[in-house]
Write a protein that binds this ligand. Structure first.
Ligand code: 1HN
Length: 352
């Protein structure tokens, strides 16, 4: 191979010679770009993520069975991972995000730990479970959106008489891509409660902040966004404004300190599709996870109709066009990696 540059190129067009060359460089951990260039730099997004819907009526019996099978104490977190059918074995609902359904039974405690991954909780069923973040406990209700920022201790408990289920969304695959994972346990099972419930909502939840407050965190210090407020806002918008052609009335959860996304790695949204809404086909580069909170309708994607009802979870992959339809007033929570893509100048969307 030392005389390679002396050979006429035609010699290398012989496939046996070419394979010999590939094997030679392969042993030295080199590879020809020209064999993979068009896979690496495709004309449009190429994602392993597939459209899919998890119907509540199908997964709820499995969640209950998990509740009989293992305790929270044993499991640490009793969760059924929602694995995208195109990403099986990777604990991922999209290429960049993790999601799962977490069950906590009356009287249970999920021990305190912290990790570099950021988490969101979106309550699907039950009330009276709490999570503690930064020394403040919040009692969670259906439709509430709660943030566990990176490297904050968090533990959960259920003081009610009913099972509580929430959707967890984490940036696990993103943190894994950067090899920046850290995790540790709190020395006690539950962290000390040092604040009054509702303190952070009073400090940051009124488009105001204590004037002496400052922080270097990119995550919202408001870690609880109660559904009651979001729902009331959407109702007013429905009564007073025309819905957007593609997404109806859609609000983004923000960090009140800087007006940026509430979480640095996960964009979070709540939208209202008024009864009879037929959305225009739309696509964006952020594969998006939707959770149905109220109403009934369909997501039409890839010539397929995915009918949804409350507590169903569905995924719309990057750059696949889809339209949302509502048979009744419908409220959808959603999350994606949009803030990451935006901060890297990658994000695109298109209304078709
Ligand atoms: C985690 O810490 C929780 O704290 C839930 O409730 C799901 C999935 C992957 C990694 C950490 C929790 C998780 C998780």
């Amino acid at each position: 191979m030392e005389n390679l540059k002396m050979l006429p190129t035609s010699t290398l067009e012989n496939s046996a010679d070419r394979n010999r060359f590939y094997n030679t460089i392969d042993e030295g951990n080199c590879a020809p770009l020209w064999s993979v260039l068009h896979d690496l730099v495709s004309a449009t997004p190429k994602t392993p993520c597939l459209p899919y819907i998890w119907h509540w009526e199908k997964v709820w019996p499995w969640i209950q069975e998990a509740g009989r099978m293992i305790t929270t104490e044993k499991a640490e977190r009793r969760v059924l991972i929602l694995e995208n059918p195109g990403l099986r074995g990777l604990s991922a609902i999209t290429h960049s995000l993790y999601a799962g359904l977490q069950l906590i039974l009356p009287g249970e405690v999920a021990r305190a730990h912290r990790h570099s991954q950021s988490a969101l909780r979106f309550v699907l069923q039950g009330k009276g479970a709490y999570t503690t973040v930064g020394g403040e406990r919040v009692t969670m209700n259906v439709g509430d959106f709660i943030i566990t920022p990176s490297w904050e201790f968090h533990d959960h408990g259920n003081l009610s008489e009913e099972p509580v289920v929430w959707l967890d969304g984490l940036d696990v695959p993103i943190v894994e891509m950067f090899d920046a994972q850290f995790m540790e346990y709190n020395e006690s099972l539950q962290q000390e409660v040092t604040r009054v419930e509702g303190e952070s909502l009073a400090m940051f939840g009124n488009t105001m902040r204590p004037v002496e407050y400052s922080s270097h965190s990119h995550t919202s210090p408001l870690f609880w966004y109660p559904y009651e407020r979001t729902r009331a806002a959407l109702e007013t918008l429905k009564l007073t404004r025309e819905p957007h052609d593609a997404w109806g009335h859609k609000l983004e959860y923000l960090n009140p300190l800087n007006g940026q996304a509430a979480m640095p790695t996960i964009g979070t949204f709540m939208q209202m599709l008024p009864q009879g809404f037929r959305g225009r086909p739309y696509r964006a580069t952020d594969s998006t996870v939707y959770a149905v909170i109220e109403g009934r309708g369909s997501c039409v994607i890839n010539d397929e109709r995915l009918p949804f009802s409350p507590r169903d979870v569905f995924v719309c992959p990057s750059w696949m066009s889809y339209s949302l339809e509502a048979d009744q007033d419908t409220v959808l929570f959603s999350f994606s990696d949009r803030p990451v893509q935006k901060s890297l100048d990658l994000w695109r969307e298109e209304i078709l």
